[in-house]
Design a protein around this ligand. Structure first.
Ligand code: NAP
Length: 365
């Protein structure tokens, strides 16, 4: 079991607060531990966890920072923190005390609320207001309130990054922002909800709906309530975020046409697959005059459709651009799949650190 620590003399501490520590949070802590040498060599930083908050354990702070990784379960980690750390009364105190102890970023990894993004939206806003960078994999706050949250981040001179909200670590938001400036993106088609793909593939292979859902759960991919996936809500959140960031849409989730896969009879799913046109949950958005139109609905995919790569947990997106024609990206399923999400968080964190270093050239970090 790792012991509480502070950074070695030649490294600066990178203090982080974690809000939510389930599958993604635990995987991120292991990834930070696995990249300890890389962070030291590239950025002269040692990541240390200043505090972790969860619904059942409350708001736990560690005065000197806990080394990430090496815990067998979230319970083991949180029990250790409970014994060695202090407790904040609420999220505001957690954030302010963590900030006072040196934390520079909040990693927000709590459960999706597809109806209004709360309470994560308020938590992110509190952290930005307190001057913390925020990295999140939680779609709700971004889908409902990205313009307000980003205005607050700009005002407080911090960053809000959210690559992992769409396809884990696959660069999409970052691709549009850093790699394809002015390319003229005008539409996309994608299969974005891995749980729906796994459930559809499972039913095609003869499983019952409940067995196929269990399979997605075992992979750690399904939302806490898998019906948010099957009813199309998860894909609506992702489609909203992509439409707003890739196509300059001004959408909220209720403006995206939504139809999930939960009501499709298994016989219809199997017949479509047998006919060579399997059904997948298709997300698409395109510009129509001044507007951006977005939809999520089950669709039959023809033989030559690139989105046919969406088997199991594999996600696919095709971007239609003026200058580069059609570009398609595929994130192949990986074991454990949740590592790809953790990498999305890690890469956002590194982006923030690199930009911080670039803007303060005379300070090591
Ligand atoms: N899993 C994936 O592959 C994946 C991929 C992309 C994005 N995401 C997103 O990443 C986020 C985390 O996913 P996950 O799979 O790690 O979820 P998870 O395993 O269900 O963990 C959620 C964590 O958040 C905590 N939590 C929930 N509500 C809270 C609140 N109000 N205050 C403090 N803590 C709270 C939970 O605490 P308790 O356990 O005590 O309830 C738990 O520690 C979600 O928004 C999800 O949509 C996940």
């Amino acid at each position: 079991m790792p012991s509480p620590s502070c950074a070695p003399a030649d490294l600066s501490p990178l203090y982080l607060l974690l809000l939510g520590c389930g599958r993604v949070g635990m995987e991120l802590l292991d990834l930070l531990a696995a990249r300890r040498d890389w962070l030291a060599a590239e950025l002269r930083l040692q990541p240390l966890i200043s505090g972790i908050a969860t619904r059942s354990y409350g708001y736990l702070l560690h005065p000197r920072g806990l080394e990430p990784g090496g815990f067998a379960s979230a319970e083991e980690l949180l029990d250790e923190l409970k014994q060695t750390g202090a407790r904040a009364a609420d999220v505001e105190e957690f954030i302010l005390q963590g900030r006072a102890a040196g934390a520079s970023a909040l990693i927000e990894l709590t459960t999706l609320n597809p109806h209004n993004g709360e309470p994560a939206l308020t938590h992110i806003s509190t952290a930005l207001q307190a001057g913390l960078h925020v990295v999140t994999a939680n779609k709700g706050p971004l889908a409902y309130a990205q313009p307000e949250l980003q205005a607050l981040a700009r005002q407080r001179q911090v960053q809000l990054r959210f690559e992992a909200t769409v396809i884990d670590g696959l660069p999409l938001i970052n691709l549009a922002q850093f790699t394809l400036p002015g390319v003229g993106l005008h539409a996309f088609r994608a299969v974005l909800n891995a749980t729906s793909s796994i459930v559809l593939s499972g039913i095609e292979q003869g499983l019952q709906m409940t067995e196929a859902i269990e399979q997605a759960r075992r992979l750690g991919i399904a939302e806490a309530d898998p019906w948010y996936d099957l009813d199309g809500w998860d894909a609506v959140m992702k489609t909203t975020i992509l439409a707003n960031n890739l196509l300059d849409g001004r959408l909220t989730p209720v403006m995206v046409e939504r139809e999930g896969i939960g009501e499709i009879p298994p016989a219809e799913i199997r017949a479509a697959a047998a006919a060579g046109t399997p059904i997948r949950l298709l997300s698409q958005a395109y510009r129509q005059g001044e507007l951006v139109v977005a939809q999520v609905r089950p669709s039959k995919l023809a033989d030559n459709d690139i989105l046919r790569y969406a088997q199991g947990a594999t996600s696919v997106i095709s971007l239609q651009t003026e200058a580069m024609g059609t570009l398609s990206l595929v994130e192949h399923a990986h074991e454990p799949a949740v590592l790809q999400t953790a990498y999305g968080i890690f890469s956002d964190l590194v982006t923030i650190l690199l930009q911080r270093r670039a803007s303060t050239p005379h300070v090591a970090q």
